[in-house]
Write a protein that binds this ligand. Structure first.
Ligand SMILES: [Zn+2]
Length: 491
């Protein structure tokens, strides 16, 4: 599928501004593939996913819930909020808040009571807690565990769900449908998680099988008599990824980064930036269906892939750091153990998270970065391409790096910011650093100190890597940073 991704990238450049299908009737199909690894897309035989990628907005680094477990991710997929709101951190469904955050199909039916919906899935807690309360017009349920002895026999739970969904998609009146495929995760877990990687032949074989089910769904959509007058948006994503020998459930990039495709005439082809997150699925679906989003629903997702998404342009005199103020997405609510927000626009390999200031102010905004629950150093990193400023840089330019850094409680925990200037080949041509800061200053909401450093930008610099580290002495990591800024000026 690598070629298709490349073709999709090219299509971004050739895309005209008239994406979308005009007056056609909006429809959605949401496809959830349990344990879908981004690396598998390029190596498995997946003609149906290829078909979708021909006109898709996509990411192979979308952000799953930090819990990286199905109950948590599946809930966020269909209700559009992170798990600190929906209350499902695992597969136990002990304290779900599905009354406050219902299924996307329920939101749709409340807005459009005459709309027709369908659901097919194989997991009982989701069926009872989310799908059935959404009162889908067409319901399919085939218990995953009843067919889990042999994933390869026909018909398996996935195949039965697909068969039912093919039938539902054949109904003249149908607006929104959700289907789950669970068996890829099962194959990954087999043999002590030996097959939880894209190199596994069994894993690839099962992804091809799931792709076959998906292909039948796409055929059923295209076979609809009213298809020429319809604008189908198909979204495919996952609950988590995983790793060989580990399975999933860790808060690591290998478990957390998942594929995310938004395909159809209304999708804007190309890579989605910043990488989207699981709660974006439901919100994108509602936006496409024309359901006005009510702020009182407190959804965490945003519509993605329906409009061009590009990295911010770099310019002299402006802050080059994206989301340096931690305000792009909301902070976590409360402090439940293990909760970690993956941070938009940043490479976020560990436990750095976003907290809310106790008393927000105009200069601090609402949020700040903090070390979180990893109980050791937490790091985020952002690489900024400054090739567009090459002329100014090589003619002599200066930088000013500034941030608020410190420890949230003014204790021993601290934060630092490092910048690495890189040449065209990624080789280091210079560095800059805001030293570790633990001091406490009254008057700043989080007790952080503003620090800055300036100097000459090394000639030949073509990219800049900004790295924020929160250091913990012991226990919870209270190292914190906020309002990061890197400005380049011509001398
Ligand atoms: Zn699993």
């Amino acid at each position: 599928m690598l070629a298709a991704v490349a073709a999709s990238l090219l299509a971004t450049c050739a895309q005209d501004a008239s994406a979308g299908a005009g007056d056609a009737e909006p429809k959605v199909l949401l496809v959830f593939i349990d344990g879908f690894l981004p690396g598998a897309i390029t190596v498995a035989e997946t003609p149906a996913l290829d078909r979708l990628l021909e006109h898709a907005a996509w990411s192979l680094r979308a952000r799953a819930e930090s819990t990286t477990i199905s109950g948590s991710g599946w809930s966020s997929f269909v209700n559009g909020v992170h798990w600190d709101k929906h209350g499902v951190p695992n597969n136990e469904f002990k304290t779900p808040h599905f009354d406050l955050y219902p299924h996307v199909l329920q939101r749709f039916k409340e807005a459009r009571p005459e709309g027709v919906t369908a659901s097919a899935q194989s997991w009982k807690p989701i069926q009872d807690g989310l799908a059935l309360p959404a009162k889908p017009d067409h319901v399919s349920f085939h218990d995953y565990y009843a067919d889990a002895d042999d994933y390869w026999d026909e018909p398996s739970a996935d195949a039965k769900c697909a068969n039912d969904m093919v039938r539902f998609l054949g109904e003249p009146a149908l607006d929104a449908a959700v289907i789950m495929f669970g068996e890829l995760d099962g194959v990954g877990h087999s043999d002590g998680n030996k097959n939880y990687h894209a190199g596994s032949e069994l894993y690839r074989k099962m992804l091809a099988k799931v792709d076959g089910h998906l292909g039948r769904l796409l055929d059923a959509i295209e076979a609809r008599a009213s298809y020429p007058r319809e604008d189908w948006l198909v979204i495919v994503s996952a609950d988590h990824a995983g790793a060989q020998g580990e399975g999933h459930g860790k808060n690591t990039p290998a478990h957390r980064e998942i594929p995310f495709l938004v395909s159809g005439p209304s999708a804007h082809p190309g890579e989605i930036w910043p990488p989207p997150k699981t709660p974006d699925v439901a919100v994108t679906a509602l936006a496409h269906l024309g359901v006005g989003l009510d702020p009182r629903w407190k959804l965490d997702g945003r519509a993605v892939g329906l409009a061009p998404s590009v990295r911010p342009t770099v310019r002299l005199g402006g802050n080059l750091i994206f989301n340096g103020d931690a305000e792009y997405e909301r902070a976590q609510i409360g402090t439940p153990d293990r909760l970690d927000v993956s941070i938009a626009g940043w490479e976020d390999p560990g436990w750095m998270t976003v907290h809310a200031h106790a008393s927000p102010s105009r200069d601090s905004g609402r949020n700040f970065f903090a070390g979180g629950y990893g109980r050791k150093d937490a790091v985020i990193r952002q690489t900024i391409d400054v090739t567009a400023l090459a002329g100014a840089i090589d003619g002599g330019a200066t930088y000013e790096l500034s941030a608020y850094v410190g420890g949230v409680k003014g204790g021993a925990d601290s934060a630092s910011v490092a910048v690495r200037f890189q040449g065209a080949n990624g080789d280091e041509v210079g560095t800059a650093q805001l030293e570790r800061e633990t001091a406490f200053e009254l008057g700043r909401p989080a007790g952080l100190l503003r620090r800055s450093v300036s100097g000459a930008v090394p000639a030949g610099t073509r990219s800049v890597v900004v790295e924020v580290t929160a250091h913990a002495e012991n226990g919870k990591n209270d190292g914190a940073a906020d309002e990061l800024s890197l400005v380049l000026r011509q001398e």
